[in-house]
Design a protein around this ligand. Structure first.
Ligand SMILES: Cc1ncc(COP(=O)(O)O)c(C=O)c1O
Length: 398
């Protein structure tokens, strides 16, 4: 080993790294960051063992669609691997504009901006509009990307109880009516699978003159006509000011978008650090998302199959009297309430070749420790038979 004059071990940060309990426990129980050697349809392989993936968000089952693969590789051939810079610096490309126009038309907004990650898009849906002097009202169970946006905005934020318009109203009554207000919701909550009570929330937005941001990462592709999302599902697209979403769920890609009026997108492009300082969506990611968006419109069979699979999966879980936290969508938690139970349930599923993900407090509210699962249109009847058998086995282990 090279000799060094510096004693790095003295650094409190290095000491913290070496004594972190969260990391120690994660490594001990080996619950996250697994590496698979191969994936095909709903199957993944690790150390030669085959698993049915039950925690991906490939709701429409498009991740292996030949048209998407083709579009991604053709785009690399034509445009290269990257535009290697932020759009403000070295420009966007016609493929960005094309996808933005198609997405805006699809969700029913005038304009759109695409980002290289859903996380950036959703953070930007807050940072791109919020001013320090505003007050933000956020559902307690929002995704981390929105909390990042909220923190970065520097604005005061009040949290209301999850999906609870009555609590939001109470909070609103304390505030000065002149202070600009922004409401932040998810269309479908990623962990719980709950659909936002948008009609009630939008009445409050109207009453209090609030600007509304909706993260529809899990509603896009699933709800509404052809998968236009939660706002479309409730016929409230015009009332919601900003719709953001990720490409990594129903579109089976990577990247994300923010859609709004043309003026709002112009404004966001001047104010969002995520738009200004982060490199543009790559040619292949853009072309793949565009192909997936067209498939969503041309091939309704994927949405139909998702509904059918969801029905069967919900029945499997309800026959076993498993608590799914009133999920109404393909994002389905299995709430077991104690982290030990969650761990043994998860291990039993693994033993039977079903791959899921654990989420325990503080990531979820106390008493809601859960296994997070998601059903896909690409799960076959045979997959569902195996899932059913594994669920029975896991229940017998707790
Ligand atoms: C609600 C929500 N918003 C945003 C994101 C971020 O999207 P991505 O993972 O594509 O960056 C996610 C992803 O998990 C999400 O669930």
């Amino acid at each position: 080993m090279a000799f060094s004059l510096f004693n790095k071990a003295k650094s409190p940060v290095i000491q913290r790294i070496h004594s972190d309990d969260a990391t120690r426990l994660r490594l001990k129980y080996d619950t996250y960051y697994h590496i698979f050697d191969k994936q095909e349809g709903t199957r993944v392989w690790k150390d030669g063992k085959e698993f049915i993936m039950l925690s991906s968000n490939d709701y429409l089952g498009l991740a292996h669609h030949p048209k998407i693969k083709e579009a991604g590789s053709e785009a690399i051939k034509k445009w290269g691997s990257s535009t290697t810079g932020a759009r403000l610096a070295n420009g966007g490309r016609s493929f960005h504009r094309e996808l933005e126009e198609e997405l805006a038309a699809f969700v029913g907004k005038e304009a759109c901006h695409v980002f290289s990650a859903g996380y950036l898009a959703c953070a930007s849906s807050v940072t791109g509009f919020a001013d320090r002097k505003d007050i933000l009202f956020a559902d307690k169970n929002l995704h981390s990307s929105l909390w990042s946006g909220i923190k970065l905005s520097g604005a005061r934020c009040e949290r209301f109880s999850h999906n609870h318009p009555g609590h939001l109203k109470e909070l609103l009554e304390y505030e000065d009516e002149k202070t600009p207000k922004i409401f932040i919701f998810e269309g479908v909550y990623s962990m719980e699978g709950h659909i936002a009570k948008l009609p009630e929330f939008m009445k409050l937005a109207d009453e209090y003159n609030a600007f509304v941001v909706l993260d529809d990462a899990h509603g896009f592709g699933v709800l509404g006509e052809q998968g236009r999302g939660t706002a479309d599902h409730f016929n409230l697209t015009n009332e919601v000011d900003v719709i953001c979403a990720s490409f990594s769920k129903s579109l089976a890609g990577s990247g994300g978008f923010v859609a709004a009026s043309q003026d709002a997108i112009n404004y966001m492009r001047s104010h969002s650090k995520q738009a200004i300082f982060s490199a543009a969506l790559s040619p292949s990611a853009c072309a793949s998302a565009q192909a997936a968006l067209r498939i969503m419109q041309d091939e309704p069979e994927h949405q139909k199959r998702l509904v059918k699979n969801l029905e069967r999966y919900r029945k499997i879980l309800s026959d076993l009297k498993l608590d799914i936290w009133d999920s109404e969508t393909p994002a389905i938690p299995i709430v077991l309430g104690e982290k030990e139970k969650v761990y043994y349930f998860w291990k039993a599923l693994q033993e039977k070749g079903i791959y899921t993900i654990i989420s325990i407090a503080p990531g979820v509210p106390p008493g809601k420790d859960l296994i997070r699962t998601a059903i896909s249109a690409s799960h076959t009847d045979e997959d569902l038979d195996r899932i059913e058998e594994a669920m029975h086995y896991a229940c017998s282990k707790i």
